[in-house]
Design a protein around this ligand. Structure first.
Ligand SMILES: [Zn+2]
Length: 440
């Protein structure tokens, strides 16, 4: 186990910090520039006169005229990603938006030992990386500002619309109630087995080849639940649609985990329910992971088995749902997180952006840095994208017993499921004959 992995494992449990928009008063000045085409030129002109600037989500940031300190020392600014940061780092965050935090560390990059000292048992979602901020760069941006390249798909849009009609808010809601109804789904709780059995029986009732994949986690056995739809044309090559079903907080507290992550697990089940009634040219694995909260243990194990079975090169792409139904400000935004440091480009993310535009009311924010969820292990074998709402940093019930269904905005989840489903249909049926597979 590497030192960094040790740090990651140490960063678990409870921590709620409201870091959103937290800024040191004299550090960065936000230029409130609306992102629309008419204003873009004026924005660029204003930015040109700044010593440096950076774009995060909808906003541009650059040093205020009178804050010469930070203006002169961008080498002291670092990017950290994740839902919440360890407290010591969070206190130095000068802005937090779209799952990205910019922290000001006088003296530059901390050593691994210093980072370890900052580690806060109870902080999940920070992957231990600090990346130097590149001046004049975009960290995250709305798709409407830099739209993905148009692509043509064999699967006709009319057929996709017909399929998307079958995404059921009632069924989605029912599944969330069923998952949260177990009371606890902590990876080490006895009740998580009830959730495991429920997911397994759902996949089986859909006619998927269903397996339970055991692995060690936190002194017990955790279980991934895998439903496989075998491809009609390319059975050896596969997509992965996944999300974790384990939850927080620690025992003995109730861990209903409605948003984190019954919302995403129910999304996986809803997609499986619909796709299993069609056929797919490529194989699709629908996976409910466990052990995510202990450090992505289930998705790491799943990926490792694929590699061990020499299937790594057959991976066509992964769509992960983690926290998809909380929308505090009702803005209908979704983050598409991937990782620019992976050698696989961002083609899949472009397909998701395109599907969101073509079939949903979602506003997509894309970023070049990954947050820490089950897509991360898959990035070792190909392209994977995390789909996640953008209000996570404001969700005070994150990892608390109060993470209950009443907090959710299921319409957001349904829209995200539609984006993901449309993308899967387009990519898993790349030949014209894909259009003949509807059975509705
Ligand atoms: Zn989660």
């Amino acid at each position: 186990m590497s030192f960094r992995t040790l740090i990651r494992v140490a960063l678990v449990g409870l921590l709620v910090l409201n870091l959103q928009h937290l800024r040191a008063a004299d550090s960065l000045h936000e230029i409130p520039v609306p992102i629309d085409r008419g204003e873009a030129e004026a924005t660029e002109a204003r930015l040109a006169s700044k010593s440096w600037w950076v774009q995060v989500g909808d906003s541009y940031y650059s040093p205020a005229e009178d804050s010469s300190d930070i203006a002169r020392r961008p080498q002291e600014l670092f990017i950290a990603t994740g839902i919440h940061l360890p407290k010591a780092l969070g206190e130095r965050a000068i802005l937090s938006e779209a799952g990205v935090h910019i922290v000001h560390l006088q003296g530059g990059r901390p050593t691994d030992a210093e980072l370890a000292a900052m580690a806060d048992p109870g902080c999940h979602g920070f992957d231990g990386r600090l990346m130097l901020l590149q001046p004049n760069s975009r960290i995250a941006w709305p798709s409407r500002q830099i739209p993905p390249a148009p692509t043509s798909y064999a699967f006709p849009d009319t057929a996709i619309l017909q399929v998307l009609d079958n995404v059921s808010l009632d069924k989605y809601s029912e599944t969330i109630l069923r998952l949260t109804g177990t009371g606890r789904r902590h990876s080490t709780s006895p009740e998580i087995l009830e959730a495991r059995d429920f997911i397994q029986s759902e996949f089986e009732s859909m006619g998927l080849e269903t397996t339970i994949q055991p692995f060690p986690v936190a002194g017990v056995i955790g279980y991934n639940v895998i439903g496989k739809l075998v491809g009609t044309k390319y059975p050896d090559e596969y997509f992965v649609v996944g999300g974790h079903y384990d939850s927080r907080p620690e025992l003995p507290f109730p861990s209903p985990g409605a948003e984190d992550n019954a919302s995403g697990t129910a999304g996986v089940i809803e997609m499986a329910r619909i796709v299993s009634r069609l056929s797919s040219q490529y194989t699709v694995y629908f996976v409910a992971f466990s052990g995510e909260e202990q450090g992505l243990i289930g998705s790491k194990y799943f990926t490792l088995q694929l590699v061990n079975e020499d299937l790594g090169s057959k991976f066509k792409g992964g769509i992960i749902m983690d926290m998809i139904s909380y929308d505090a400000d009702g803005d209908g935004k979704v983050l598409l997180n991937t990782d620019s440091t992976a050698p696989w480009g961002t083609e899949l993310r472009g397909h998701l952006e395109r599907a969101a535009m073509d079939f949903t009311s979602l506003d997509t924010i894309v970023g070049v840095y990954s947050a820490n969820s089950d897509h991360a292990p898959l990035l070792f074998i190909g392209e994977a994208v995390l789909t996640i709402e953008d209000d996570v940093s404001n969700y005070t019930c994150y990892h608390q017993s109060c993470d209950v269904p009443a907090n959710l905005d299921l319409d957001l989840g349904v829209e995200i499921i539609k984006m993901n489903l449309a993308t899967l249909l387009r990519l898993a049926n790349p030949d014209p004959h894909g259009q003949g597979v509807l059975t509705y």
